[in-house]
Design a protein around this ligand. Structure first.
Ligand SMILES: [Zn+2]
Length: 240
């Protein structure tokens, strides 16, 4: 049986930037959700930056009939998220991270909400990586670098350390992330990294400046068929 997952990221619901209203980002999320439902996809993985204030409540309300897994982003607050989701909550470090064993794979959800993978989580991750089957990692921040302005200013602080841990394993590792509001796929040694476009707005690919584009929303459809993992981007246009 083929397992289908909708990977969504960077919704930024109810935040003041860039829309300065609670309608625009919610509208984008609603459209994406409609598209996901039209494709009969019930499993959703969100890699963070859900939003602020009532936006968080809105997010969980809209997804309450779905099978939802989360990896927190730098805009997400542990205490807020905990009101709705606590799968893998580490109350000591105030992070949410966990792993799920599937028949042919392992899913690992990391918490990079502080812009770093803390030591406690790194120790846990090292043990989790000792596994004989392919691993899918869901994390807000990319781990492989890109020649982009967003990478210069927003990169995961200890990604070199995380990367060397991942490349030391012999496992095939596929990373799904967001944070940069762009689409990208890269391969490095045993690692394939897919950045999924944001729901809220995109950042144009540039090494010199940050320039945003608010008319396109996106998400990724991941399909897993035994050992094979494939994915494709879905883009939707918004007219405000
Ligand atoms: Zn982010």
């Amino acid at each position: 049986m083929i397992e289908t997952i909708a990977h969504i990221t960077d919704l930024h619901l109810d935040e003041s930037y860039p829309f300065n209203n609670s309608v625009s980002a919610r509208k984008r999320f609603d459209l994406i959700l409609k598209d996901i439902e039209a494709k009969n996809i019930t499993q959703i993985i969100c890699t963070g930056d859900i939003g602020e204030n009532k936006g968080v409540q809105y997010f969980f309300k809209k997804l309450k009939t779905k099978t939802l897994s989360l990896a927190l982003g730098n805009h997400d607050k542990f205490i807020e998220i905990l009101k709705y989701y606590n799968h893998g909550a580490d109350y000591h470090s105030q992070k949410i991270y966990n792993s799920v064993l599937k028949k042919h794979h392992k899913f690992i959800f990391l918490d990079s909400s502080e812009g770093i993978i803390d030591n406690r989580q790194l120790i846990w991750l090292k043990k989790e990586l000792k596994y004989p089957k392919p691993i899918l990692i869901f994390i807000h921040h990319p781990i492989l670098g890109l020649n982009l302005k967003v990478d210069e200013i927003g990169k995961l602080k200890n990604r070199d350390k995380v990367l060397s841990m991942l490349t030391k394993t012999t496992n095939k590792i596929t990373i799904y992330c967001g944070h940069y509001h762009t689409e990208s796929s890269l391969i490095h040694k045993n690692i394939t990294q897919h950045i999924t476009p944001a729901i809220a707005f995109q950042v144009k690919k540039s090494s010199k400046k940050i320039e945003i584009e608010t008319t396109t929303s996106g998400y990724r459809i991941i399909q897993i068929n035994k050992q094979d993992i494939s994915s494709k981007i879905q883009l939707l246009r918004n007219a405000d």
